[in-house]
Design a protein around this ligand. Structure first.
Ligand code: G4P
Ligand code: NA
Ligand code: NA
Length: 194
């Protein structure tokens, strides 16, 4: 997606050879116009698949997921990382290991909001090692729902996330796929359709 790649080139900061900071439009300050275009792009890429719900994860997955849900006219659920006072006991839970934080944490979704009649689009802001995505897949599978695919805003294609998801037979769509962050430069893998 051209507008997103331009935004990354313009406002992204290379924190290291493997971490891209996008606090200016996605992870802290949010660019609503860009999020709207992202929602339209995902709706187009996943159209005709009978998606009934979008499943994302707090916090940075929520903005692109909501804009996609708006265009697709389906509800958006986000997995919670912390137990909340009002979150029911009746939960789907998955354990997610973070390679960056070297710790694992449970993520949860109320059973009230996903069931075997649903076809789910899973979404997140980043795909790196894929552990959050695998946790969301786990939760969707516990519910018995079908998984239409995974929509990712920024993929770090030099990390193994995509492979782990595709091994499970699940379609991955990312709107910007980073090949390298070396030498303080962002380079992207070419896309067929942009
Ligand atoms: P992984 O298995 O998907 O690689 O996750 P990992 O634990 O390594 O990443 C921890 C957090 O950092 C996640 O967000 C993930 O989306 C994000 N992340 C991974 N690589 C990058 C990167 O290069 N740039 C940025 N900006 N984020 C990255 P989180 O902790 O769940 O935070 P949030 O969703 O509340 O923002
Ligand atoms: Na995230
Ligand atoms: Na994040």
């Amino acid at each position: 997606m051209k507008a997103l790649k331009e935004k990354i080139q313009q406002d992204g900061k290379m924190l290291s050879e493997s971490v891209l900071k996008v606090d200016a439009f996605l992870n802290h300050q949010i660019d609503p116009q860009l999020m709207k275009e992202i929602g339209e792009e995902f709706a187009e890429r996943f159209q005709g698949q009978g998606i009934t719900k979008i499943l994302s994860i707090e916090s940075s997955g929520i903005a692109p997921a909501v804009m996609t849900g708006l265009v697709m006219d389906v509800p958006v659920i986000f997995a919670r990382k912390r137990k909340s006072l009002t979150l029911s006991d009746d939960l789907y839970t998955a354990n997610v290991y973070s390679y960056t934080k070297h710790e694992s944490n449970d993520i949860s979704v109320s059973r009230e909001f996903i069931n075997s009649g649903d076809t789910i689009l899973i979404m997140d802001d980043f795909l790196a090692n894929g552990q959050a995505a695998l946790g969301l897949i786990d939760i969707a599978q516990q519910s018995g729902a079908a998984i239409a695919g995974i929509g990712i805003v920024i993929e770090k294609g030099f990390q193994p996330g995509r492979k782990l998801i595709q091994e499970r037979g699940i379609q991955v769509e990312s709107l910007a796929n980073i090949a390298s962050l070396k030498n303080k430069e962002v380079s992207f893998f070419e896309e067929v359709d942009s």
